[in-house]
Design a protein around this ligand. Sequence first.
Ligand code: B12
Length: 214
Amino acid sequence: MSSDILDNLKRAILDYDPDASAHWATQAVNAGTHPTDILAAMTYAIRQIGEGFNKGDLFLPDLVGGADAMSAATPVVEEEVRRLGTKTDVTGTVVIGTVFGDIHTIGKTMVATLLQAEGFTVHDIGINVTADQFIQGVRQYKPDILAMSALMTMTAPEQRKVIEQLKAEGLRDPLKIMVGGGAITQEFADAIGADGYDPTAPGAAKLARKLIGR
Ligand code: B12
């Protein structure tokens, strides 16, 4: 059963077991589970670990263990996304990165993967990306959309900084900017002048289509 497999996948992440995590992700793919559902199960598990950390029941090595187990399963899902192919009617380009001071990569990578599945050309410029590096990415790749991820309250303001710098350098329009990550809310996105926000990776991919009018 697909739901049993996803339960095992969640358990593998909660057990910080990369081998089991990759194994159950493969089983899920073989059972025909859609990548979005596999990513949702993985996200559920890592967020459980985050909650434990928040409450003081778990510690940094637990976050690392969970992240390692997530990372072991991610290529399996990415491969399935590639196998399923992309929608060819989208011709947009996206530059995506996690903001300066923030090394959380998992959610940003999920968004990049699902944007590719949606047909976008994605330039993932990584984690801990400074405002200058985002600007450089925009100049180099001339994207339709700039996507920024931030998971920490301390790093969320970097998104505002990037938008302000884009404005100052005359690069803000007609670029579309979407923001996300655990520290971001719709209110924050509105306040910093982003064009869009979504709390999920599948939602981010839909939002991107909407932003470029597809
Ligand atoms: C795994 C993890 C780590 C790993 C990261 C490994 C890696 N390679 O990414 C490690 C161990 C390195 C780590 C380190 C730290 N972490 Co940490 N970490 C987490 C944890 C448990 C999971 C993050 C994750 O991958 N989530 C799953 C993904 C899928 O979710 P997501 O990133 O939010 O992305 C989803 C959406 O937000 C959206 N999305 C994401 N990006 C974008 C972008 C756009 C444009 C859009 C539209 C949507 C979108 O789509 C994704 C899929 O649905 C979270 C807890 C949590 N609840 O998230 C804490 C958490 C983010 N970490 C936290 C902290 C405090 C830290 C440390 C400071 C700990 C420390 N004392 O050192 C360091 C900071 C390091 C740094 N400078 O960045 C806090 C942040 C608190 C806050 N609000 O500021 C959290 C919330 C834990 C907690 N509850 O306290 N961490």
